[in-house]
Design a protein around this ligand. Sequence first.
Ligand code: FES
Length: 222
Amino acid sequence: MADTHKISFEPVDIEMEVGEDETILDAAFRQGIHLMHGCREGRCSACKSYMLEGDVQMDDYSTFACNDAEEAEGYVLLCRTYAYSDCEIELLNFDEDELLGGAPIQDVTTKVAAIEPMTPDIVSLKLDVVEPESVEFKSGQYFDLFIPGTEDKRSFSIATTPATPDRLEFLIKKYPGGLFAGMLTDGLSVGQEIKLNGPYGSCTLRNGHVLPIVAIGGGAGV
Ligand code: FES
């Protein structure tokens, strides 16, 4: 069993434990703490925070998300950061309402309900939620979908609203050579089981937001 350390987050005064074999972001999710995040792969900088104290190491990440000068100054990407001592970390970007009150991240079992081409390169994948019977999420979030029978996964935004928590739809762009693209063409059938994990993502509409919003969708446009 990996050694564990205590993480204190400022200025929100929240503490949690982290094992040396998990990132600080994953440890937070496991303990129901919804830190700000996006890609979870060290590429977007949404989880960038500042080390006040402690011994940490970061896995591979993009210097677009955290450049060398920032890293030298003490900035870290929590989705790529492993702790090797107790740490004190300043969150630069957080939503106090979400921190301890976001939708729980969980493993979900689904069955394929329909696979329909929407355009030559975009497919609608509809999944019936089997276990638990429904899922809680916010519009703008995404799930990790596992390739059946493997640990390989891909992240896709949810195209349906929380009004149908027992039926999820994903609009998937078929990139040439993409892992899911090939499976959608001739490897997946109605009734087949697909495991999900989530929901992830902090790009959601906040309660009380009043200003106009301009949204730009990439990929399949969701
Ligand atoms: S860099 Fe994107 S979530 Fe950490």
